[in-house]
Design a protein around this ligand. Sequence first.
Ligand code: C2E
Ligand code: CA
Ligand code: CA
Length: 649
Amino acid sequence: MRSTGKPPARRADSPELRSEQSGFLWGNTEFRHETANAFRLILRGFLAPAAVYYSIIFVLHFFYESGHGLLYLTGLSGTTAVAAILVYWLLRKPSVSLVRVELYSLAIYALIFANILVHHLVHLEVTKLVYFALLTMVVAATGVTLRIVIPVATLSLVTAILLAGQQGPETQAQLAFIAFASSFVATGVAGLMRAAINKEIRARMKVEQMHEAARKAAEIDFLTGLPNRRSFFSRLEARFADAGQGSHLALGLIDLNGFKHINDLYGHVFGDQLLKKVGQRLAEASAGTALVARLGGDEFALLIEQPVSDAALRALGNRICAAVGGTVEIEGSEIAVAAAVGFARRLAHTAEPQMLYEYADFALYRSKHVGGGTVVVFTAEDEAQIDAIKNVEHHLCVGKLDAEMHVEYQPQVLVAENRVVGFEALARWQSPTLGTVAPDVFIRAAERCGVMNRITPILLRKALAEARQWPKDMRLSFNLSARDVVSPESIEQICQVVVESGFAGDRIDFEITETSIMTDFERVRDSLARLRDLGTHIALDDFGVGYSNFQHLDELAIDTLKIDRRFVRNLGSPANPGRVVKTMIEMCTNLGLTCIVEGVETAAELSAVTTAGGAIVQGYHFSRPMRADRVPAFLDRAHFDPGELRDIA
Ligand code: C2E
Ligand code: CA
Ligand code: CA
């Protein structure tokens, strides 16, 4: 199997090209076939009247001939009439080859020639010698190829001249003139006919070639020259259909880590060049094993149509990671690229191509999650997990979410003043069937199955209603998912909920993640502008985990940075002296941003954060998320020493 889907380039010495270049098309099978078909119809058009004509002649011979003459002439005209009918019938199908059409026409011309010749041998009639000239015309008009036309026409004209010679030189000279005149006319007719027919055939072939080229172009990804999404899936579907249940198929998906970031940072031209390079390397790495296609963006796919073990898939994946990963040099710059690879093999119960794709996609998702060019092959456990996710999705769709969901609140403490300044609202779902489902699980499921636009307003409404009971200086942080911020409709709904709640917009911080910014930068910018119209602030959540593009901070007018808890883990210990947190806090101060440090669990971590510059702190050290009814009691005691706050929630 070829690894690249480039259209098979026609070699300069290919027969098609050679014949086209020289204008000589007879080497082309298709051209020969088209010509045979055109002349088949012309010949049939002639055979029908010829059969009628020779049938009449056959009868007339009984009135005008006698003896041997009658025998020969009726025999010949009868045979010609029957042959004309027979050939007419033999030529009924368009699949007749050129040689056959030539042979049939030759047989008919030979019979007509014999009719005329025998007539003159029985009794020479000078006036009827002109029939030879007529035969020449017929041959010129209906003869398929010149190798038939020229000999037959020459033979009949020469015969006519020879026979005329029996009547003396004068008659012969006259006939020679007629013969020459008719040979010119015949040549003209033959030339015109062939030119017209060839032109028509060439035009038709050109159109067909263009169709073919367009069809091929529709299946090729222009950037990389690899098969595109459409052709990949039609191939996959075809393999699924024609190979039956037991067939061996494996599907691989490859995604470049951080490609969007590279695209944003270096521009699309650069990104395109990178994709081209990656496509090439992929094709080389899997040559002979798999079909490589580009599905779109930085997503590539492999189709393996032979039996492969998991170990073989991993080996192929590692080869791909090694080939694609590393640095790529583009326009003098070296760019680090890493690939995530997920494979799924067709199992006995993999019913549809789409299912195989989903499995590979799941493996890819896991590979991305682990990071570092890990190759993941889809397993039975993954299948169970997918079923569990589908189950969550199902219950999200059918559940009474308004009743089943509630919000818990985690305090945010301004350490320097030892004072609670706000709470982050965190979603909780108690499903009657599934029990408690973790927010990262159900939020992801909700994003996938499109119910986020139902969930966010429910939670926000509840959070705002509860937050109205808090002291007026208390802020509310609320998480928005990528789905919320890329959808103008969702944003309108969110704004409406805020306005209806009567809660002051400038007491709200909407938290968004960098990943959601990367989804669709322009839309996110518009959404945030719309939210800011209500006076709300915007916080960038989990800062430092994603791409941490500082340009975004300015362009999106971010107010607050939330430093992810992974930077806080073991803060103050030799393993984490806190340089990163210190730098981030300083950066916030310099940029005039509020800084919240998340995930502070211990007193040691808290004191390290304080040393690093202090900020607003959130974490289990102060309190786990609590139900709304516990907030007043918490606030009552919040002036206590931070060390004691931990025990309250
Ligand atoms: P997040 O926005 O980063 O929320 C902080 C998460 O860290 C919460 O997990 C919180 O309980 C946990 N956490 C707080 N302090 C500590 C600590 O000291 N140590 C540790 N290990 N964890 C701490 P939770 O409630 O399970 O939420 C998980 C994620 O689910 C959130 O991460 C957020 O991305 C998402 N999420 C939660 N509620 C919502 C919501 O209403 N809407 C949206 N779109 N996403 C939500
Ligand atoms: Ca958050
Ligand atoms: Ca966070």
